[in-house]
Ligand binder design. Sequence first.
Ligand code: EPS
Length: 384
Amino acid sequence: MFRYLTAGESHGPALVGILDGIPAHLGLDVSAINATLARRQGGYGRSARMKIEHDELEFLAGVRGGQTLGSPIAVIVRNRDHLTPKVRALMDPISGSGDPLTNPRPGHADYAGALKYRQRDLRNVLERASARETAMRVCLGAICAQFLDALGIRTQSCVAQIGAVEAHDLDEWDQAQVEESDVRCPQRDTAAQMIAAIDAARSAGDTLGGRFIIRIDGMPVGVGSNRQPNQRLDGILAGALMGMQTARAVEIGLGAAVAGTPGSQAHDVFAMERESVVRASNRAGGIEGGMSNGQPIVVRVSVKPIPTLMKALPSVNLHAGSDAPATIVRSDVCVVPAAAIVGEAMVRLALMAPVLEKYGGDSMEETLENLERSREASARLFAR
Ligand code: EPS
């Protein structure tokens, strides 16, 4: 069984994570993991916090000589911000204290969390609710990326929309252009408009949401299952992506557009081409009957504008029992480019259990043998 856990407060000493179930003998490229952490820190519209942090992981367990041991992997990413005396005084695990935050931000976890955990200081809620925690998800996801890569499964993302600015025809894209773009959008003119929109939002004390696309290439046929609802690959991916702090909608393939599309144009017809089965389109987004069908898996995720506005939204002071503007804390204007990197991580983490269920072994050798055997069996099934 594969599972993972993260812990850590935004301004606490560190984020920690545990990955359990990665086979032995996976060679790990630490610089690639740190590069992925840096990609999450980037993107136009990020907060000043990103200048303080230089996220880097340290392994605490499960790895020796650059290879996984098959035992649980434990990692830590330290919060540099914690080292400043003011933050330490607030957040030291033993002595930390400070004036309570009292005015919940509409759209954030503040209000629901205060009542749920019986916290009179909203800081005790927002510290864990903060998207800082996504640094650890990205770290664990980057380790999973190296496992999936060994099986030929690759996940990429790009940004398709920021605020009202939308890219068009993003069925395929050049990942190098995405990596060069400050907003992770491969279309230069659109990217320039996105940056202008972020600048305008910043000037207005506002924030912007948007949409990113994730594409998984190389997924073998038959991962996920139609046996039970919770084993469907589309549900597993959607659940994981909706587990992001910012996500509000997930679409697979045609997504919401299927509602208005007749059956004759909603599916991907089959044909034979040089003895192979081919599909004329990928409207299903690579998943049929809850299982991967061998086409690229394409998922679009819509994310909300960050709820911390510099021009604070109307709220209440819960201690005084009066109307008062929402608390303002340091925050981002737009996190859509960073959310795309977090989305990649969520997808990689979500793929681990169904991929390991189908091909899993205790070592990489055993896993790769299982994959190879399965491929050969598929090739023989309808051989003439
Ligand atoms: C974030 C770190 C946070 C925020 C942001 C994301 O750091 P700080 O609160 O110190 O500025 O910048 O958190 C949120 C957007 C949020 O709503 O909580 C990060 O590392 O991604």
